[in-house]
Design a protein around this ligand. Structure first.
Ligand SMILES: Nc1nc2c(c(=O)[nH]1)N[C@H]1C(S)=C(S)[C@@H](COP(=O)(O)O)O[C@H]1N2
Ligand SMILES: [Mo]
Length: 538
């Protein structure tokens, strides 16, 4: 066999063995919160690689998903997780190929050392990576042991398989002479087939087990009914009805977009979790979740958007946030006069600073523990996240662990990776629907098509929305009373129908009279600008 052929064979075997291993490791993560190397590696890369590269990767992912017609909000995490698995498998292929090329037969001390070294490399690499991003949950001893067993199992299976594959054919040939090359090939093929079969079997069984565990752990603790299932929305009587096909005004939590630097969310035990309040304060504190909930609560309807949301994209959602003003917590801790900023640190290493005047003047800057009347879901920041009006999501840490008063400004996680310091939300407007099948015939027998969508300008409100057909004049749309001045506004335009194909364009003006920026610019570094258009389809 040529070296390349051997390397290829080793890569194949390495991957075949890594896939069932990954599935078993995943079940361990689900069942006991043990390290899961593929996600750890991916998360570590996302933090360690240069920001520009990571951003380019995210852009690429978002663009690819849009091109293939998938909603970024729905599948971005799944795509990331698959990518993480692929990277892990590619790593296994490379390692498998390398080991095979230097493997000699019959195996001697050298081969045992090689196998041991491979196991050790696996263990040390993933212990390091998990320590950096996951903190060796559920404890250093079980986590390290788990990775050691995984590394040893994979490396010894690899050694065994390589050895079998490089063995000369055992069966004698027709004339009793030395085994021929063709018998070798047949043996190798049947071994690979059996190995593949076994690998597939373990993979499927492991996946079934993982799904079972996921279903069982997916049974949410009894958090009670959602606020929105028991209460009418504050604008229930609004006179402008959304055009049918417009997105829901209040996003069900399950449909809220999710963006963060984790392949799977940090898991935090709410009972032992404490918010550490420290730095330049007279009495540092550790607040439990019940203690936070005893402070006077504030409820706000909020539209959150990601700075990476392209024009007309799905990384924007609205729900009802409940929490405690940051200033109330810091007043209780006794904020020193020289404190100018607070640093918010999260369990995943994410961080951001907030200027003192921002939270001191604005009670809406809020430590949030509930969405829609129930505790934050794990992927949306349980147990605590911050809300800062008018800023994109990148300024607003989830999974908060500490609030620390500083006497200086500091770059936040994405600012360090060259995104905008302010990250003020851009005014944006989107056409959700042109209801061609919902033609309305007026009394004067003219026909109208309901057109609708959203407009949002952070916490600045929306004063007007206009729609244009092709190159025609801008016509005013009607605005539905919003849930709050921090949420998007649903607009509606009953378009006097014209035959033929047309392009509709929308633009908005914020509450201060500032028109949406019409010139196109990309999401990086400070949020996308440009107008959203939609073509009529008959
Ligand atoms: N700890 C932590 N908080 C985070 C992030 C993160 O990666 N880690 N991502 C931020 C970004 S970029 C956005 S857009 C919002 C998204 O919040 P959501 O996933 O609940 O919609 O969370 C923000 N908070
Ligand atoms: Mo974001």
């Amino acid at each position: 066999m040529t070296t390349w052929k051997r390397a290829g064979l080793g890569a194949l075997v390495g991957t075949m063995l890594a896939l069932p291993l990954a599935v078993v490791l995943y079940a361990g993560r689900l069942a006991w919160g043990l390290p899961f190397p593929p996600f750890d590696l991916f998360d570590w890369l996302a933090r360690a690689l240069p920001g520009a590269l990571v951003t380019a990767g995210i852009d690429g992912l978002v663009t690819t998903l849009r091109i293939v017609g998938l909603s970024t909000a729905d599948v971005a995490k799944t795509a990331e997780q698959l990518l993480a698995l692929v990277i892990f498998l590619v790593g296994a292929a490379v390692l498998g190929g390398l080991v095979t090329t230097v493997w000699r037969r019959p195996p001697g001390r050298r081969e045992y050392v090689l196998t041991g070294a491979t196991a050790l490399l696996f263990t040390v690499a993933f212990v390091t990576v998990d320590a950096a991003v996951g903190g060796l949950q559920p404890g250093p001893a079980p986590a390290i042991l788990w990775l050691l067993v995984a590394g040893a199992a994979w490396a010894s299976a690899l050694g065994w398989a390589i050895n079998r594959l490089s063995a000369p054919a055992r069966s004698a040939t027709v004339d009793g002479g030395p085994p021929s090359a063709s018998v070798e090939v047949v043996n190798r093929r049947s071994f690979l087939l059996r190995l593949g079969g076994a690998s597939a079997l373990v993979t499927v069984a492991g996946a079934a087990l993982a799904l079972r565990i996921r279903e069982e752990s997916g049974v949410a603790p009894d958090t009670g009914p959602r606020w929105s299932s028991r209460n009418p929305l504050p604008n229930a009587g609004a006179d402008v009805e959304p055009a049918r096909g417009t997105r829901p005004e209040f996003t069900p939590i399950e449909d809220h977009y999710q963006i963060d630097i984790n392949t799977s969310p940090p898991r935090i035990d709410g009972a032992s979790w404490r918010l550490r309040v420290g730095g330049l304060v007279s009495s540092p504190m550790e607040l439990s979740l019940p203690e936070l909930k005893r402070l006077p609560a504030l409820h706000q309807f909020v539209t959150l958007a990601c700075i990476s949301n392209p024009i007309g994209g799905s990384l924007i959602s609205t729900t009802r946030w409940t929490g405690v003003p940051v200033r109330d917590v810091l007043d209780a801790a006794g904020l020193h006069p020289e404190g100018t900023h607070v640093r918010i640190r999260a369990a995943d290493g994410f961080h951001e600073v907030v200027a003192r005047e921002l939270f001191e003047e604005d009670e809406r800057v809020m430590l949030t523990y509930a969405w829609d009347g129930v505790p934050l879901p794990a992927k949306h920041g349980f147990p605590l996240r911050i809300y800062i009006p008018d800023r994109y999501g990148m300024k607003q840490p989830k999974w908060i662990e500490s609030v620390e008063v500083l006497d200086r400004w500091e770059e936040g996680y994405w600012v360090q990776r060259s995104w905008d310091r302010q990250a003020r939300m851009r005014a944006t407007s989107v056409i959700d629907t042109i209801g061609m099948d919902m033609m309305v015939v007026d009394a004067d027998s003219s026909t109208r098509i309901p057109v609708g969508g959203i407009a949002h300008a952070g916490a600045r409100g929306i004063s007007s929305v206009e729609v244009r057909v092709d190159d025609g004049p801008w016509e005013p749309a009607r605005l539905r009373t919003p849930l709050s001045d921090r949420t998007w506004v649903i607009w509606r335009y009953d378009w006097p129908f014209q035959e033929g194909e047309h392009t509709l364009t929308v633009r908005c003006t914020d509450g201060a009279g500032q028109r949406q920026v019409e010139e196109r610019s990309p999401v990086r570094p400070d949020g996308a600008t440009g107008l959203h258009r939609l073509e009529t389809m008959l």
